[in-house]
Design a protein around this ligand. Structure first.
Ligand code: ASP
Length: 363
C-alpha cells in the first residue's frame, strides 16, 4: 500500500508516463512516409482508431502509381503480375489479419483489416483473398503501370543465357550492348531518364520495398500495418515477411510494436518483429531491441560482412511509452548516399525524417 506521502509522487509518475500520440513508418519515395505519418496522425487527432489511422496512412503510397514497392504500380512478379501482401494488428482488440499474393486490389491493407474484422481466420491468400475482397465490393483492377511494366520488360530482356542470348530481343545473334542508344531502339517512346531507371532496376539485385506503419494514441492504444508488393520479379506465389504476423509486423498491446522492410527471407529467419517486441518486454529500449535483432541476422551469416553485404534489411520499433526507433542493417552513408531514415509524426503534427541506427558499417 502507498503511504500518503508517496501518493503525489505516484501521481507525478503516472502523469509522466502517459503516452503521447506517435506514428512512425518507413521513409518511402515520393514522401510516402512523411505523408503517411501525417495522415495517420490526423485521423488519431480526430479521435479515430489507431488501425484506421495507420491504414489511412499507408493507403496514400498504396494508391500512388509512382511508388513501385506497394499497391498500385508495385513491381510485378516474374510473370508480370502484381501480387500484394499485407498484415495488420489492432492492439486494443488484440486481433490481426493478413493477405498474401493478392492480385487486382490496390489496397491490400484494407483487405487484411477485413480478414481481421469479418472472418474467423487470420490469413487469406491468392485467389481466395481476391474472391473475398470482391465479396466486400472491391473491384479487380490492373495494378500495372507503364513504368512497372517497362521495368519488368527490361528485366526480362536482360535475363540472358551464358552466351548473352535472350529471346526478348530481335537480331538475337548480336551480343548485348548495354547502351542507352540501343535501349532507345528497343523501347521506342521511352525517355532516357526512365530507360536508365528501368535498366538499373533490371540489372541490380531485385529491388525490395515495403511500408510498415506503427501508431500509438494518447490512451496508449496501438496498431500496426505492413503492406508491400514484395520482391520485384519474384516467383509467382512467393510470400516474404510482410504478410506474416510476427515476421513483417508484430504488436503486443502491453509492450509495443515493431515492423520490417527489406529482404523478408532474412527477417523471417529471426522472426524480427516478434523478436523486437519481446526484447522490449525484457527491458530493452527500441534501439537496443532493433540492434539485437540485427545481430541475430548477422549470426545467421556467421557474421560474415561480405555475405551480409548483399542484404538490405530495416526494422522499426515503437514502445508503448512513446519511445521509437528505426534501424538499418547497414550504414548507407558509406555507399556515398544519405543515411538510412524513417518517418515519424509526433503529437504536435510535426512530420519528419529521422536517422536510423545501424549495425554494420562498410570499411
Ligand atoms: N519485406 C518485403 C518482402 O520481403 C519486401 C521489402 O520490404 O523490400 O516481401
Amino acid at each position: 500500500m502507498l503511504g500518503a506521502t508517496a501518493l503525489p509522487m505516484a501521481q507525478k509518475l503516472a502523469a509522466q508516463s502517459r503516452p503521447k500520440s506517435v506514428v512512425i513508418s518507413t521513409a518511402n519515395a515520393f514522401n510516402g512516409g512523411i505523408n503517411c505519418c501525417s495522415k495517420a496522425m490526423e485521423v488519431i487527432k480526430a479521435g479515430g482508431d489507431t488501425l484506421d489511422a495507420a491504414i489511412a496512412g499507408v493507403n496514400i503510397p498504396e494508391l500512388d502509381p509512382r511508388e513501385t514497392s506497394v499497391g498500385y504500380g508495385g513491381f510485378p512478379n516474374e510473370d508480370c503480375v502484381v501480387e500484394l501482401d499485407a498484415s495488420v494488428i489492432h492492439g486494443p482488440s488484440r486481433r490481426g489479419g493478413a493477405v498474401g499474393a493478392l492480385r487486382g486490389i490496390k489496397t491490400p491493407s484494407k483487405i487484411a483489416q477485413l480478414v481481421m474484422s469479418e472472418t474467423d481466420h487470420m490469413m487469406l491468400v491468392g485467389e481466395g483473398a481476391l474472391r473475398f475482397a470482391k465479396a466486400y465490393g472491391y473491384q479487380e483492377e490492373d495494378l500495372l503501370t507503364d513504368r512497372s511494366r517497362l521495368a519488368w520488360r527490361m528485366w526480362k530482356r536482360e535475363l540472358r543465357d551464358r552466351d548473352g542470348h535472350t529471346n526478348w530481343e530481335s537480331g538475337t545473334d548480336a551480343p548485348p550492348k548495354k547502351k542507352v542508344a540501343e535501349l532507345k531502339q528497343a523501347f521506342p517512346g521511352v525517355d532516357e531518364k526512365t530507360l536508365e531507371w528501368a535498366y538499373k532496376v533490371a540489372m541490380n539485385p531485385p529491388p525490395h520495398g515495403t511500408i510498415n506503419c506503427l501508431a500509438l494514441n494518447e490512451k496508449g492504444e496501438m496498431s500496426a500495418v505492413t503492406t508491400t508488393s514484395g520482391a520485384a520479379f519474384k516467383i509467382a506465389g512467393r510470400l516474404g515477411d510482410s504478410p506474416i504476423i510476427g515476421g513483417g509486423m508484430w504488436l503486443d498491446q502491453d509492450i509495443g510494436a515493431a515492423g520490417s522492410t527489406g529482404r523478408g527471407e532474412e527477417n523471417l529467419r529471426v522472426c524480427g518483429a516478434h523478436t523486437i517486441v519481446e526484447n522490449m518486454r525484457h527491458g530493452m529500449r527500441p534501439k537496443e531491441a532493433i540492434l539485437d535483432a540485427f545481430k541475430r541476422v548477422a549470426r545467421n551469416f556467421d557474421n560474415d560482412a561480405k555475405r551480409l553485404a548483399q542484404i538490405d534489411l530495416n526494422f522499426y520499433a515503437l514502445h508503448k511509452d512513446g519511445e521509437y526507433a528505426g534501424g538499418s542493417l547497414w550504414d548507407r552513408r558509406t555507399k556515398g548516399g544519405p543515411p538510412a531514415q524513417f518517418a515519424v509524426c509526433t503529437a504536435d503534427g510535426n512530420s519528419r525524417h529521422e536517422n536510423c541506427v545501424f549495425l554494420m558499417q562498410r570499411t
